[in-house]
Write a protein that binds this ligand. Structure first.
Ligand SMILES: NCc1[nH]cc(CCC(=O)O)c1CC(=O)O
Length: 316
């Protein structure tokens, strides 16, 4: 067994909380183990004034971290799974997914109790097309306004009065112990989360069998099945997190049930399908559901969105 491990992490409050969380599980489990954090700045932390969808490129928040794993400066990294691209660099694996926490989003406001209480034309802060589409589906009158930055920054912007309400993941709020004066949970089955929302993924070098043994106690197989189904769906749609795609899976007994959604940016066209399979075929379930959604009109929607992004002058 190793006596010292290094965790590569971003410097945001959420990333640090997640790294510290895994660190404390590790030192509690392995007596005498020393765990150190290596803080790194990623592209996603540097570019803050542009919607992520327009920054382009997948994995803005993980590239620098993965380089540190590959060159041996760090042994492991702790990610929010929803920020991890579906394809990992050669030589790395996400070998461990601890138990999923709250997958839902939350609507946060200073004044308004919930969606229904928001006035006509309310200004809602989010830079997620998935959240935007699902909000506009219910309330086409909303004005969606870009909201970037760390969870803490986004909450401060709400408190500063720039928005009537904003939408954030419950998982991030819970981890940091943050909230707003008014909060409504927007969760499945009505409001679908991002693929893998609320799941942590531990990434390390594929050939590091010794580390894999030391981490195995944290793994939660049911969470892995859910992530497989959701990421199978996302992968087959060739989507990153910057398109209005949602996927949410649950396990009941030996079965996994997956709901997938593709919508256009204004939430007028929404393709949503559900399907189950044995838990052992979760990835294939995701792929099958993706084909079904594509054939039902999802293909046309995604082509339009990808096309529009490609010609957007702000891209360059
Ligand atoms: N894109 C940023 C991000 N990545 C993961 C979370 C929340 C935690 C999680 O989903 O595990 C957040 C913040 C948010 O979406 O509100």
């Amino acid at each position: 067994m190793r006596t010292k491990l290094t965790i590569a992490t971003r410097g945001s409050m959420l990333a640090l909380w997640q790294a510290e969380h895994v660190k404390s599980m590790l030192v509690e489990r392995h007596s005498g183990l020393e765990v150190e954090l290596l803080m790194l700045k990623t592209q996603g932390d540097k570019i803050l004034d542009v919607p992520l969808a327009k920054v382009g490129g997948k994995g803005l928040f993980v590239k620098e971290i993965e380089e540190a794993l590959l060159d041996g400066r760090a042994d492991l990294a702790v990610h929010s799974m929803k920020d991890v691209p579906t394809e990992l660099p050669e030589g790395l694996i996400i070998g461990v997914t601890p138990k999923r926490e709250e997958p839902a989003d939350a609507l946060l406001s200073v004044r308004y109790d919930n969606l229904a209480a928001l006035p006509e034309g309310a200004v809602i802060g989010t830079s997620s097309f998935r959240r935007q589409a699902q909000l506009l589906m219910r309330r086409p009158d909303f004005e969606i306004k870009m909201l970037r930055g760390n969870v803490n920054t986004r909450l401060r912007k709400l408190m500063d009065g720039e928005y009537d309400a904003i939408v954030l993941a419950m998982a991030g709020l819970n981890r940091l112990g943050l909230s707003a004066p008014k909060m409504e949970v927007l969760g499945p089955p009505d409001f679908l989360p991002a693929v893998s929302q609320g799941v942590l993924g531990i990434e390390y070098r594929r050939d590091d069998a010794e580390l894999a043994d030391m981490l195995a106690f944290m793994d939660h197989p049911e969470t892995r099945v859910r992530v497989q189904a959701e990421r199978g769906f996302l992968t087959a749609l060739e989507g990153g997190c910057q398109v209005p795609i949602a996927g949410y899976a649950e396990v009941r007994g030996d079965e996994v049930r997956l709901t997938g959604l593709v919508a256009d940016l204004d939430g007028r066209r929404v393709i949503r399908r559900e399907r189950s399979s044995p838990a052992g075929q979760a990835w294939e379930l995701g792929e099958t559901l993706a084909r079904e959604v594509l054939d039902a009109g999802g293909r046309e929607i995604l082509e339009e969105i990808y096309g529009r992004q490609a010609v957007d002058p702000r891209l360059t």
